[in-house]
Design a protein around this ligand. Structure first.
Ligand SMILES: Nc1nc2c(c(=O)[nH]1)N[C@H]1C(S)=C(S)[C@@H](COP(=O)(O)OP(=O)(O)OC[C@H]3O[C@@H](n4cnc5c(=O)[nH]c(N)nc54)[C@H](O)[C@@H]3O)O[C@H]1N2
Ligand SMILES: Nc1nc2c(c(=O)[nH]1)N[C@H]1C(S)=C(S)[C@@H](COP(=O)(O)OP(=O)(O)OC[C@H]3O[C@@H](n4cnc5c(=O)[nH]c(N)nc54)[C@H](O)[C@@H]3O)O[C@H]1N2
Ligand code: SF4
Ligand SMILES: [Mo]
Length: 785
């Protein structure tokens, strides 16, 4: 893989102006990195930690991160190996910990100095830099400033406003995937006791398509592999994912697989650095040497081309079976455990190779090579993330992964399986605990049996529909357990107007973000402990639990002193809020001892044990060393909890993403120095960008065709069937080796371009990876000194 670095390496025009009043020097553009991690990565990560925190706090944090008696890294959901090193973290994990545990706090005077109008002009970067939130604050209706308020008064306000709604469904309870299992269980209980299933979450914008596709085909919406399967695989296909930045320690697992002889194929429009060469910071070889070449094959696919690629590979697998009958397909498994083989075979017979090549931008021999590798491998894992889930046909595409895996029995066997890699560190656990607007009936029935109040059954609103409902006045109050809904959701302008129309917004947060500036008529910010901090309650120091991307559940204990004495834990905030709200709700008090939840989290775990499938004896199981793994019938016993007890091969009509002439397909991606809407710095080291985020990456040949050049400034306009002109102004063009016809810009700024109505079929996830855009050259903005 040797992508063409056809671009100017000199300094470019500055164009970093997106709602940022703190614009610094102009964006600098250099060559993208060929390799990642290694020594520079680690020192780069430790430097800010040492500067901000002092050696003692830093040492405490880094020696307890991902250790068995410490806290779980709050960054991504990548699992921990069972044998741990002393430094079991990566550069981006260290950044996340530093960002949370910084002793810098927002001072009381801040609220008088910075009204809502001022906060609205600030960038996510600036807001995050203000430090940790340490006191509850309230913005009364009609006021333009937050002011400090006592906890009790804050809960009274929430109780008063929520109980005056005409229906519980006029409230929505958002969750971001950092919340612990205990906080999440308490929160969904509160929402359902209040009377609504309006539990939108970040997963709606993330792996919802995965849950939908896997749920329909194999009966469980989660990864079918365990950590150790990577080392046993013969072939690993990494699709639509940038592990070097977003799941950095996955590179260690890929390196181990490679050492055991696995072949690694990468499918991505961008030549992401970590997938080329990896220097493992935990080994001497990694520190000193050239590192490991990870990818054996790089398929530089066009955005949205994966469904066509997967169908073309499956078709080749079926052809190989015809040529060598009985040797390619896993007939025994297919006959015993699946349905749909004949229909799939008939459907793929009609697949048009020309259409595949147009949709993928690949050659037939590229696809042949992948198919041959797949047929030669005894055990294959396919991994994926947002590059697959955030497309119109995302659910169908992931069903094609299942088709391909089932053909050769690659589910429920060592070294084989479907491996969605989850984003937020506990997004999967939150779902297990009931954070979902459409939890299945057995869960709701168990909740009702455990607590003895009527649990609502009507499906609630997801993230996109919550924003829509707020825009139409159907949802009047929003409570958020973490996250930054208005910053993360599509169609920023429409979303902001919708939220500003509401009557009350309540944010339970560690740090400031856009959702504290874009608020309802009345607003509350309730500051909470982070995962790094010691959580002291009446019964002693508490631990919480989390679930990683391979269904392993384990304990997490904060180890450093809280940054403020008035902070409450998430469990305390949610249970006090529930107590206050339900005491005055029209539905009347429910028989739940909320105060006991806060006193001792084992009380919550007792309820979890009786309500959540697979969590029997929860409090004891999570105290075992390393925790426990939730049951997963396809993984554990090749049984499929679908209505007919079989895994489903499915027929999915190919509907390639089209793009009119003179336009590009734009995807929104994360830089190396951000966590979702949290911006650690304005650099993106691996892609060669320094000091600015207002860039759009375009293939050099496309630039030539469009009459543009590296360094130009453009307004990016998105084009959608509703005719609305959505614009991301003043982006610096960067000539970059992405696939032809494709472009990339950073999330969350580029969310202004993604229409609210552009969502994936059946999962309703915003289509953040294929926006049709037009680039219009404009004069370079004047530089701010
Ligand atoms: N440091 C850090 N870690 C994180 C996060 C973070 O922001 N920062 N976020 C966390 C969260 S919530 C999540 S969900 C994950 C996200 O992890 P990723 O999914 O890796 O995140 P993205 O930056 O969205 O990258 C999408 C990748 O898919 C590729 N891609 C885009 N479209 C297509 C396509 O059509 N086909 C194919 N084959 N590839 C495509 C892009 O080029 C890019 O490499 O990371 C988690 N971990
Ligand atoms: N265009 C585009 N849009 C996207 C995506 C994309 O790829 N492209 N990705 C989507 C994805 S995958 C996701 S997951 C969503 C993310 O959506 P969210 O999860 O809503 O957003 P985050 O930026 O992760 O939320 C960060 C905020 O969480 C709060 N926080 C941090 N730690 C804690 C904690 O321990 N407790 C509490 N209570 N609060 C805490 C802080 O205030 C911080 O500012 O964005 C989605 N939006
Ligand atoms: S791989 Fe993810 S969970 Fe592990 S240390 Fe790095 S950021 Fe944290
Ligand atoms: Mo995510």
């Amino acid at each position: 893989m040797s992508p063409n670095h056809g671009r100017d390496h000199g300094a470019g025009a500055g164009a970093d102006a997106v709602a940022d009043t703190s614009a610094g020097p102009p964006t600098r553009v250099g060559p993208p990195k060929e390799w990642v991690a290694g020594f520079p990565g680690i020192t780069h990560a430790l430097a800010p930690a040492l500067r901000g925190m002092g050696a003692a706090r830093t040492a405490k944090l880094l020696t307890s991160m991902n250790q068995k008696d410490g806290f779980d890294c709050m960054s991504c959901a990548w699992p921990d190996p069972s044998h741990r090193h002393t430094a079991e973290f990566c550069e981006n994990g260290a950044k996340a910990v530093t960002w949370e545990a910084t002793p810098l706090t927002v001072p009381t005077e801040f609220w008088a100095e910075h009204g809502i109008d001022d906060l609205l002009t600030r960038s996510e970067y600036w807001l995050g830099q203000q430090g940790r939130l340490v006191e509850p604050v309230h913005k009364p209706a009609g006021a333009d400033h937050y002011e400090p308020i006592g906890w009790d008064r804050a809960f009274e306000i929430v109780a008063d406003r929520l109980s005056s709604l005409d229906s519980p469904d006029e409230a929505a309870f958002y969750t971001s995937g950092r919340a612990s299992n205990e906080a999440a269980f308490t929160y969904q209980l509160f929402a359902r006791a209040f009377g609504t299933n309006n539990l939108p979450d970040c997963s709606n914008m993330c792996h919802e398509s995965t849950g939908s596709a896997l749920g329909q085909t194999i009966g469980v919406g989660k990864a079918t592999i365990s950590y150790d399967d990577f080392a046993r695989a013969d072939l690993i296909v990494v699709m639509g994912q940038n592990p070097g930045t977003n799941h950095p320690r996955m590179l260690t697992a890929l390196e181990a697989a490679k050492r055991n002889g696995a072949r690694i194929v990468v499918v991505n429009p961008l030549p992401e650095a970590g997938l080329r060469r990896y220097k493992n910071p935990q080994t001497v070889r990694g520190l000193a040497g050239k590192g490991t070449e990870l990818a054996d094959q790089f398929l530089q696919i066009r955005l949205g081309g994966d469904m066509a690629l997967l169908q073309a590979v499956s078709k080749r697998v079926l052809a190989a079976e015809s040529a060598r009958p009985g040797e390619v397909l896993d007939h025994e498994f297919l006959a015993a455990s699946t349905t749909g083989l004949d229909e799939l075979t008939a459907h793929l017979a009609d697949l048009d190779e020309g259409e595949v090549l147009t949709a993928t931008g690949l050659t037939s021999s590229d696809i042949d090579a992948l198919a041959e590798a797949y047929v030669a491998a005894d055990a294959t894992i396919v991994t994926w993330a947002m590059g697959l889930t955030q497309h119109t046909r995302a659910v169908a595409t992931i069903k094609e992964i299942v088709n391909l895996l089932l053909l050769r029995g690659n589910i429920g066997r060592p070294g084989a399986g479907a491996s969605p890699i989850r984003g937020h560190s506990n997004v999967q656990g939150d779902r297990t605990m009931g954070i979902w607007e459409r939890m299945p009936e057995p869960f709701l029935a168990a909740l009702e049996a455990e607590f003895g109040f009527p649990v609502p059954r009507a499906h609630g609103l997801d993230a996109v529909d919550t924003i829509r409902a707020m825009g139409e006045g159907r949802v009047r109050a929003l409570v958020a357990l973490g996250g930054n809904l208005v910053g993360a959701i599509s169609d920023s302008r429409a979303a902001e107007a919708a939220v500003q129309r509401s009557e009350l917004t309540v944010q339970i947060s560690t740090k400031l973000n856009r959702s504290h500036a874009v608020v309802g008529r009345e607003a509350l910010i309730l500051p909470t402990l982070g995962r790094t901090e010691i959580d002291r309650q009446a019964s002693g120091e508490q631990m919480v639990t989390v679930e990683d991307t391979v269904c392993a559940v384990h304990a997490s204990r904060g180890r450093v002193e809280p940054v403020g004495s008035d902070l409450l834990s998430e469990v305390a905030i949610v249970s006090r809020m529930a107590d206050a709200v339900l005491a005055s709700s029209a539905r009347g008090p429910v028989p739940v001892d909320w105060a006991a939840f806060e006193r001792d989290y084992d009380v919550v775990r007792g309820h979890i044990a009786r309500v959540v499938p697979g969590c029997e004896d929860y409090a004891a199981k999570i105290r075992r060393e390393g925790g426990f793994v939730l049951p997963h019938p396809p993984r554990d016993s090749r049984t499929f909890p679908t209505p007919d007890g079989r895994a489903h091969l499915t027929v999915n009509a190919l509907a390639p993403v089209t793009c009119p002439p003179g336009r590009l397909l734009l995807q929104t991606v994360r830089s190396h120095d951000q966590f979702n809407t949290t911006i650690y710095s304005r650099d993106d080291r691996y892609r060669g960008i320094r000091g600015g985020r207002a860039v759009v990456f375009v293939n050099p040949q496309d630039l030539a065709d469009l009459g543009l050049a590296d360094g130009d400034t453009v307004d990016v306009h998105s084009e959608f069937r509703d005719g609305v002109d959505r614009v991301l102004p003043a982006q610096r063009v960067v000539a970059y080796p992405t696939a032809r016809g494709c472009a990339a810009a950073y999330f969350p700024e580029a969310n202004v371009l993604v229409p609210l109505d552009a969502t994936a079929e059946s999962s309703n996830t915003p289509v953040s990876k294929a926006v049709v855009v037009r680039l219009e050259r404009v004069p370079a903005p004047t530089e701010v000194a």
